[in-house]
Design a protein around this ligand. Structure first.
Ligand SMILES: Nc1ncnc2c1ncn2[C@@H]1O[C@H](COP(=O)(O)OP(=O)(O)OP(=O)(O)O)[C@@H](O)[C@H]1O
Length: 199
């Protein structure tokens, strides 16, 4: 391949709409509406899809810890890869451990990330958990403190007060007139632009 054709092959990065919230906060519901109302092609890639791809065999706890860690690291890199190839992505993730955000800050082009905080009241989270019956009771409440600890977003929505379509519409409005620097850029600047050591 010639030098000039390689340069031509380079695609501008796709946009990453990063939905972050606890379990049952409504991320997947917003993602579904986003794919319905956004004009450009987008891929909804939830972290749950990666867990669902794994073999179902029982593992001893120490092996499971390693496998889960590699799954999350792989998920982040898959998202970065899709965006690097020019695909727009709706990411649906739970930043319930501090290293996950650091890893994403290291990997994603900050100007291409729209960081969306998906909030929901604790009582409503518990009600949804009971109603769903397929999530351990108290999971969302345990995640609440860490998930939003970094305290900075481009867009925020509260699914205890707005339905998924209204939340998705807020994100779409933001896309039409995006503010720079992005929340991801400001989070990188806050830590002095330092890349984190490998986890
Ligand atoms: N804005 C909303 N108002 C009322 N109910 C909602 C709203 N958003 C989601 N729900 C309901 O809450 C439950 C969880 O929604 P959803 O699957 O979108 O959350 P999630 O954040 O993707 O959860 P998880 O991470 O556990 O997969 C579903 O039963 C959904 O119908």
């Amino acid at each position: 391949m010639s030098r000039s054709s390689r340069a031509q092959d380079r695609t501008p990065g796709g946009l990453i709409i990063f939905l972050n919230g606890t379990s049952s906060s409504g991320k997947s519901s917003i993602a579904r509406e986003l794919l319905r109302i956004l004009d450009e092609p987008y891929f909804h890639i939830p972290v749950d899809a990666f867990h669902a791809m794994r073999t179902r065999q029982e593992m001893p706890p120490d092996q499971l810890t390693d496998v889960l860690h590699r799954t999350w690291r792989g998920y982040h890199r898959a998202i970065a890869g899709m965006a690097a190839a020019g695909n727009n992505v709706v990411m649906d993730h739970v930043l319930s451990a501090e290293w996950r955000l650091r890893d994403c800050l290291d990997l994603f082009a900050p100007q291409d990330v729209v960081f969306v905080g998906v909030h929901c009241d604790r009582d409503e989270l518990e009600r949804r958990e009971r109603e769903r019956g397929d999530r351990p009771a108290g999971l969302a409440a345990r995640q609440l403190e860490q998930v939003h600890a970094h305290g900075l977003y481009d867009v925020e929505c509260d699914t205890s007060r707005s339905d998924p379509l209204r939340c998705a519409a807020r994100v779409r409005e933001f896309l039409a007139d995006r503010l720079i620097p992005t929340a991801f850029q400001r989070l990188i600047d806050q830590r002095g632009g330092v890349r984190s050591p490998a986890e």
